[in-house]
Design a protein around this ligand. Structure first.
Ligand code: FE2
Length: 296
């Protein structure tokens, strides 16, 4: 299978030529909208949401819009561009209030195309609670209406291409997820992988460290100190995480055309192995999204 990434010179596009494709396909990739929707079903989240202001998350949204307005506009632009599918890769909501979850669900339906949603670290965490496995387990069920009840591993077939979504919002890939990924790749079909947290690649690391002060990527071999691990609640990489990294970087995964992710809020495109590219997309709250064109 011949796969070639065509440089576009644009951070909001990806053009991938895949030999043997049945037809051209267009996919929306949206990440990190950080919507702060809340209502009286989640009263403990109201003060935090108000402190954020309607359009503020780390920096102002375009034209002073609310994060919800930016999310809605992105989906309507994608609909106008005509997409065959949409994949949301986490932190679409800033915390798992019911109002936010319902708004994401409405947006996914309004796209008018099949969608996948894989969680980020914010989708399951309220600001007034500690980052912990217990909190994650408590709030995951709220996301089931977005993930179809299987947040860890999801996939969709689209015109002969497999879209694979794995939840790596704890910086880990479990053995079960690795097995799932291997099974998907074993179909021999062209695949795209969607995850929240980028995998470590050398060219991405300096900008991540500059922006965040810590190497907040999956399987990062450098840059963590005990203090930073404590602050970010990131432990070392599990054996299954490292095995996944090895599979992607050097293993039997050549039919994986590319990786699409977010988390760090800026755009970055670079190869993680020869002719296989990781696309980090700009945060949705600042108007970012990516249109992926798969071309036969
Ligand atoms: Fe994130």
């Amino acid at each position: 299978m011949d796969i070639r990434h065509e440089p576009t010179g644009r951070g909001d596009r990806a053009r991938i030529h895949i030999s043997g494709l049945e037809r051209d396909l267009r996919i929306l990739h949206l990440t990190d909208s950080h919507m702060t929707e809340v209502d009286d079903r989640d009263p403990e989240a109201v003060p935090y949401s108000q402190s954020r202001g309607p359009g503020l998350f780390f920096k102002h949204t375009p034209n002073g819009e609310s994060t919800r307005e930016v999310f809605d506009r992105t989906l309507s632009e994608a609909r106008e561009l005509g997409v065959d599918a949409g994949v949301l890769t986490g932190d679409i909501i800033d915390f798992p209030a019911w109002a936010g979850i319902e708004h994401v669900e409405l947006g996914m339906k309004a796209l008018g195309a099949p969608t996948l949603f894989t969680p980020g670290n914010h989708d399951w965490h309220f600001q007034h609670l500690a980052w912990s496995d217990a909190v994650r387990q408590e709030y995951y069920p709220r996301l089931h209406r977005l993930t179809g009840g299987t947040p860890a591993c999801q996939s969709m077939e689209l015109g002969g291409v497999r879209l694979i979504a794995l939840d790596n919002s704890t910086y880990q890939i479990s053995l079960e997820q690795l097995t799932f990924l291997r099974r998907e790749l074993a179909t021999g079909q062209p695949c795209l992988l969607f995850i929240h947290i980028p995998i470590w690649i050398e060219s991405l690391a300096p900008a991540v460290l500059r922006s965040w002060g810590a190497p907040i990527m999956m399987a990062s071999p450098h840059g963590w100190t005990a203090e930073k691990r404590e602050h970010w609640q990131v432990v070392g990489s599990d054996p299954s995480t490292l095995a996944t990294y090895e599979l992607l970087m050097r293993g039997e995964s050549k039919n994986l055309a590319g990786i699409f992710c977010g988390h760090v809020h800026f755009e970055h495109t670079d190869a993680y192995r020869e002719e296989r590219v990781q696309y980090v997309s700009e945060a949705g709250f600042s108007g970012g999204y990516r249109i992926i064109d798969l071309l036969k």
